[in-house]
Design a protein. Sequence first.
Length: 64
Amino acid sequence: MDHGVHRKMARKKKKIKRFEAVQAVKELARERMGAPPAAKVVPHKKKDPEKHKSTLGKLLGEVE
């Protein structure tokens, strides 16, 4: 055992970032026009809506 000797761990090599045209174009667009709006949830068209309104008891039961 080495008493009082501290060795440094080897550093990881930095990953070289390649130039990506798509990334550069997106960054420029964000600077000029701002960030895109947040995504909206779109309900399924094929799913049928509920035939009956949910009761107050069911609504309160879902919260808990």
